[in-house]
Design a protein around this ligand. Structure first.
Ligand SMILES: [Mg+2]
Length: 236
């Protein structure tokens, strides 16, 4: 979808658009496992990190209606592993809180601090995420007018209703809102289906546009500085 004038607002994906998510998740999982070794040694011995992931996937298969709620899936899977090993499942709550604390300790891509400051000075920016990152805890809250998360909304990207709810929250029509994200299926095709123009942030240059696809982003950029430059070049 083309863009001939400046959008009125932006919706911005978080994980893998502003920071690489897997290093943070892997560190958080390692901290979680070390905590279990201290507080629930039987569970820690029976479930290493890959085994805990397998429990989470199993819980997800059993509860497709909670697929949008990664926090619930993770805490429920920890409780299940604890119960299976005779440990107190109530420990899942502090264990998950610790995981969440470390999951927020992301390392921003180097272009992000300056580019996000430019974007948020020029546009209202709403975070639109299927994950459980918290921009306030990450220290980026000042750049966002809010967050719409799949967990609180009840479903996530690529569902058009999720994008439409974001536009309603911004007080804009879909064609007035530019969505920015790294995931072709979730961000670019999702935005297209809901009538929003989009920008594909292609952090890995080896990725190519999948074919066939009806979705066409306004721009494909390597980072957010390139996006800020492209937006600056648009007429008001
Ligand atoms: Mg993403």
């Amino acid at each position: 979808m083309s863009l001939t004038r400046r959008p009125r607002a932006l919706t911005l994906d978080l994980d893998d658009t502003l920071w690489p998510v897997w290093p943070a998740i892997e560190r958080a999982e390692a901290v979680l496992h070390a905590w279990l070794r201290d507080h629930a040694p039987a569970t820690a011995a029976a479930f290493d990190t890959p085994a805990l992931r397998a429990v989470r996937e199993q819980v997800g298969r059993e509860h497709p209606e909670r697929a949008h709620d990664l926090s619930w899936l993770r805490q429920t899977s920890i409780a299940r592993a604890l119960a299976q090993c005779g440990d107190d499942p109530v420990l899942a709550e502090p264990a998950f809180a610790l995981f969440m604390d470390h999951r927020q300790r992301v390392e921003l891509y180097p272009d992000v601090p300056a580019a996000l400051a430019r974007l948020s000075a020029a546009f209202p920016v709403l975070a639109l995420t299927n994950g459980n990152a918290d921009v306030a805890r990450i220290g980026l809250g000042a750049h966002f007018v809010g967050t719409l998360g799949a967990r609180t909304f009840g479903l996530g990207k690529p569902h058009p209703a999720f994008f439409q709810a974001a536009c309603a929250q911004l007080g804009c029509a879909p064609h007035e809102v530019l969505h920015i994200g790294d995931d072709w299926a979730l961000d670019i095709e999702g935005a297209h289906a809901a009538g929003l123009p989009s920008v594909w942030v292609r952090r890995r240059p080896e990725l190519t546009v999948p074919a066939p696809t009806a979705a066409q982003p306004w721009r494909i950029v390597a980072d957010l500085q390139a996006l800020a430059d492209a937006l600056d070049a648009l007429p008001d």
